[in-house]
Design a protein around this ligand. Sequence first.
Ligand SMILES: [Zn+2]
Ligand SMILES: [Zn+2]
Length: 328
Amino acid sequence: MSERRFDPTHGEWVTVATHRQDRTYQPSAASCPLCPTRPGHEPTEVPREHYEIAVFANRFPSLSTRPPEPDVEGTALVPVEPAYGHCEVVVFTDDHHATLADVGVTRVRLLIETWARRVADLGADPAVRYVLPFENKGEAVGVTLHHPHGQIFAYPDVPPRPSRELAAARRHHDRTGRCVFCDVVAAEAGGVREVVAGEHFVAGVPPWARFPYEVDVWSRAHVPSLPELSAHARGDLARVLARVLAGYDRFFGVSTSYLLGVHAAPTDGTDRDVSHLHVEICPPHRGGGKLKYLAGSETFGGAFLTDVAPEVAAERLRAGCANVEVPA
Ligand SMILES: [Zn+2]
Ligand SMILES: [Zn+2]
């Protein structure tokens, strides 16, 4: 079963993809499906002995270009539709034990270029409205495959969080005539919550951070999405991202678990004036080995509570990122 059901009480679609229960769950390094195919061994998902970046369709997709007919019939109250879309896997190193924090700036840049190309290609599908590159890293956020990798989902609509973000940006634009993210960059760059300053991008703990050590990486210029980013800016984003991730590991003293997602303009050409490229990174760590869980207020209220002041988190992360070794 793989279908989308509409929740009329919240105005959101939910995807039901039961076949995903059978997906590969935490395989050992010896039977990793994302490792290179070794001579004389069973082929993995990547039919190469070495690779830098591999992109392929997820074998257990939530959304697919040939979705099955829904199992249940929709009603006027709860419409049901085939789960159309694209789910791709992006493996950014053939080293099972590497992380995005240590693959080096050159590889992070190659990943950013891959994201940009996939956003353009998947976004060219007229049935796609939004493309979201993301990475779930570490067991603390429920990762099922340890081999470092990210994913790209292409949705038939703008998903709830970017949709709310765009609506807020639209209201700000209506009121002030300006992009809200351009205003945020002007207010935050060089301030107490800045973590890493690049030429084209600035990373900081947002004043409204939902996770204690959330870092957002904003483009300094008003760039709607990855494909429009200049070569220079892509290189700068790679340097800033690599530094933030290495800084996390140094500050927390462990290989940090996190959720990382790229927010940009819908691919249907709407809202480009208020869409401003940025990356959100949310580690579940609270420090001292403790984790933040989504509890009652967050789950039912949608109201996040955090116990570290963003200014304090930024000061700690700034120290973690300062002079941190980042491989080229
Ligand atoms: Zn592997
Ligand atoms: Zn802007």
